[in-house]
Design a protein around this ligand. Sequence first.
Ligand code: AVJ
Length: 322
Amino acid sequence: MTTTLVDVHLTEADLEEQLRADVASGLSANPKNLPPKWFYDERGGELFEAITRLPEYYPTRTERALLMRAAPEIAAASRATTLVELGSGSSEKTRLLLAAFAEHEGLKMYVPQDVSEPSIRLAADALAIEFPDLPVRGVVGDFTDTTASLPRVGRRLVAFLGGTIGNLEPGPRAAFLHGAAGAMEPGECLLVGIGLVTDPAVMIAAYDDAEGVTAEFNRNVLHVLNRRLGADFVPHMFDHVALWNAGNSWIEMRLRARRAMRVCIPAVGIEVDFAAGEELRTEVSAKFTLDAVGHELAAAGLDPVHTWTDEAARFALVLACR
Ligand code: AVJ
């Protein structure tokens, strides 16, 4: 048992307020939409972990293989003493980086940042077995607005893995990269995992698996609204939709109402009507060309000094430094 220090920049009350605001605006918009961050309650986290083990979902295993290959170079090139991980989740891939750093002068601190405090504590307890001497200081917060409040300790490497940057649309993505770069000192680096544009059939299958795990993950957001806001969604009355939006270069997930229905959301004080076949967008997951990645990083003042890709060019790890 460890007692990990956790800084809370986002309380349960803050999250509740954000959820209500997102639901109020997203469900009265046309087309209806919800931000993907609300997928991840305990069950959502478990469903996502199950997704990462699906045969169709290549990003996680591809990124893990890239990390295994690149970790020593990342440690050497960044010469970091603090590893900050944005959206750390289970910190499953982090141990590859931590092990590589152990071969160099070693890290002095690991800072997992996530919206879920339980995830941070679970991950910290698991890591403590393998790296008992590594101090862990968690940060509960949103990856889009905590870069400024990250600990100013040592020479930092900021890792943002999994392709989660693709959840941001271009405007917020540019703002995020500018914010991150602005919070970094000259010489500090960002390690970002990026889904690359590949065969649409391959990308779509990754978000619409045969077993239906992704469909359950998608519908889970309705369970979250029911539990946290007292809503009365009937999740199985929504079909899972995954499509490739070539114009915007992103995979979109939607929930399509099987019939007309009215949903009551007491905590927000609204009633929402769905027409039969109406769709609610629940996630965008942007995919990139290496050129586009380079341009976006450079526009934020980050120099992409190393890029690693798999043989099929489906995923990239980019180390970009100030
Ligand atoms: C955790 C945001 C990287 O977009 O691929 C997996 C989430 N959504 N299957 C992704 C997700 C549907 C995932 N990220």
